[in-house]
Design a protein around this ligand. Structure first.
Ligand code: SAH
Length: 575
């Protein structure tokens, strides 16, 4: 919108206190209080002179409207007009859309309009477009579940671009049109829309809905519900084989049970291997007692007190048997340290004979009874096996996305076995593949709820984790700089993370003569228990950075990243 700048427009705006809100983030999370009601809030980004907002607010007194506009001159024109209306359901902000998260909290907005607001129709400015992935992540955050975005533009190129980015960001496309007519639909026409129609220009229109976390994360729910402690990953493997076979040029399997799909890249270009581990922590039946109780050991690292009074499922040859890990009630003086030796599973049997009848045998595997649910927060989800059905699902999600991105690399995505008992599948499968870059995708315990000894790192909804150090793997400094640089460039949230544990990256670094091996982490709380919690917004950050790495990677990039090693080697030789 080309208009002559009005002198001191930002100061003149201050006269309109009933409608204009000075730049301030004091409204974040408090918009309902400001409007003094619980009505849904609709946001127009790049509202221009405010025709659409004003008429919509008049028509729909039960909807609250907020307009944002980056030009103070244009906003002044809007506020002058709107102040004549005495409407009570409108506020205006003089801000740029890139700062949305400073002004709006999670799930505060029901509806976003992008009406001809995008000033960046050219491809080379794609990152600045209001439908670029970094903007869509912000809309995802501030929108309620099932929240709507409506986009109108006169630009076909921008329309096609937006359809792609919206789909990639997991918005559900409800409607798209290349000859939209608001009048026919009883929707308020915007000022630009009128202009374009008068000059016979086609109006492009897209309507999308934010998927609920439940729906967006369905793949992960399915995976987390499967039984798959280390050494008994068959159910997960079958699921993955079917999924990868539908997409892959080739399936790769190691001798321990790890499975991967491969998409071939160009000759001579790098091989990127991306893996979650398909196993979860659990237990194994060791002894059937005469009194009908079942003794068991840990598979993977579970602290004994986590088991107490949990529901568990034993997977027998005859099917599932549910039981509970017995605890001592306070009436009987429960106290002191809990050891694995003192724990047992009560499946309701009255004798060893009963147990045998149910099909329970030493060597049977057991897991926690699953409890996958989306919390009231809507972004946070609890499950028994985020570690690491998350990485398993993300590797698959990334693999499915490969057809939509451009890059020269061979990409091998899949899942290893037996990570929790010593990175066993990663050893065999990385030796099989000998990648140039290995990316372990795993959940790491952040310290925002249960701080560990000393320093703790990370929080939920802080972005993906750059794991710069763990006892088994030190992130190559050049690689760290590279990943951080990509995150900054593409505005993906990230956090530095130090861990006292290890991931598959620790063993994959030995593949061939040694390779770049990193972990991209998802923040998780309470892992290695029945009740770990993650945040969907961090899931999006993990996905975004992994895709950006693939898109950016090439033999030139690999050489560049390796360069510092040669340089330091050369320096040593000079001495
Ligand atoms: N929505 C109105 C105006 C369209 S003109 C209509 O349909 O008639 C586009 C407006 O978007 C301009 O006033 C421009 O200043 C504003 N705009 C562009 N990018 C913006 C951004 N990043 N944040 C806020 N406003 C923006």
């Amino acid at each position: 919108m080309r208009v002559k700048n009005i002198k001191d427009a930002d100061i003149k705006l201050l006269e309109y206190k009933d409608y204009y809100l000075e730049k301030s983030n004091e409204y974040k999370g408090k918009w309902k209080e400001l409007f003094k009601n619980n009505n849904p809030i609709h946001l127009e980004i790049g509202m221009g002179k405010g025709k659409f907002l004003k008429e919509s607010a008049k028509l729909n007194p039960n909807i609250n409207y907020i307009g944002i506009e980056k030009s103070s001159t244009i906003l002044l024109k809007a506020v002058r007009m709107i102040s004549e209306t005495k409407l009570k359901n409108i506020y205006l902000l003089n801000i740029d859309a890139s700062n949305l998260l400073d002004y709006f909290a999670s799930s505060e907005i029901a509806h976003i309009y992008l009406n001809f607001s995008d000033p960046w129709p050219k491809d080379r400015h794609a990152k600045r477009r209001l439908t670029a992935p970094s903007f869509l992540r912000k809309y995802q955050d501030i929108l309620v579940n099932n929240g709507v975005i409506e986009i109108k533009t006169d630009n076909e190129n921008l329309f096609n671009y937006s359809l792609e980015t919206l789909e990639e960001a997991k918005f559900l496309i409800k409607e798209q049109s290349s000859n939209f007519d608001s009048k026919k639909r009883n929707i308020v026409e915007t000022e630009y829309e009128q202009k374009f129609k008068e000059s016979n220009k086609a109006i492009y229109y897209i309507k999308v809905v934010k998927m609920t976390a439940k729906k967006r994360m369905k793949l992960y729910e399915d995976l987390a519900n499967l039984h798959g402690p280390s050494g008994d990953e068959g159910q997960v493997r079958d699921y993955l084989l079917k999924a990868y076979r539908a997409e892959a040029d080739e399936i790769l399997r190691d001798g321990l049970g790890s499975v991967f799909g491969m998409k071939k890249g160009k000759e001579g270009e790098p091989v990127i291997m991306i893996a979650g581990h398909m196993d979860e922590v659990g237990g194994m039946v060791t002894r059937l007692q005469e009194n009908g109780f079942v003794k068991f050991i840990n598979i993977g690292g579970v602290v004994p007190h986590v088991w107490v009074s949990q529901n568990v499922v034993i997977q027998t040859a005859k099917g599932k048997v549910k039981g509970v890990v017995g605890s001592v009630p306070p009436h009987m003086g429960a106290a002191g340290e809990i050891t694995m030796e003192s724990l047992f599973i009560d499946v309701g049997a009255e004798s060893k004979k009963d147990l045998e009848k149910y099909g329970i045998k030493p060597g049977d595997f057991l897991t926690f009874e699953n409890d996958y649910y989306v919390t009231k927060n809507k972004n946070r989800i609890v499950s028994k096996a985020w570690d690491n059905r998350f990485g398993t699902g993300m590797a698959l999600e990334v693999f499915r996305e490969l057809k939509n991105i451009e890059h020269p690399n061979t990409v091998i995505c899949g899942a290893t076995v037996q990570e929790e008992v010593g990175l066993r599948g990663a050893k065999t499968s990385s030796q099989m593949v000998k990648p140039d870059l290995f990316i372990a995708i795993d959940v790491s315990p952040v310290g925002d709820a249960t701080p560990g000894p000393g320093d703790s790192f990370g929080k939920l909804n802080g972005g993906f984790l750059i794991r710069f150090y763990d006892p088994g793997n030190i992130m190559n400094p050049k690689m760290l700089e590279y990943v951080e640089g990509l995150a900054k460039k593409h505005k993906i949230d990230y956090q530095f993370f130090l861990s006292k544990g290890g991931t598959d990256a620790a063993i994959a670094q030995y593949a061939g003569s040694g390779c770049f091996s990193i972990t991209i982490g998802l923040p998780g709380r309470y892992i290695h228990s029945n009740t770990s919690m993650i945040d969907v917004r961090d899931v999006e950050a993990v996905k975004a950075i992994v895709l950006e790495i693939i898109k950016d990677f090439s033999k030139e990039r690999l050489l560049e990243l390796k360069q510092w090693k040669y340089i330091s080697l050369a320096k040593i030789k000079q001495k």
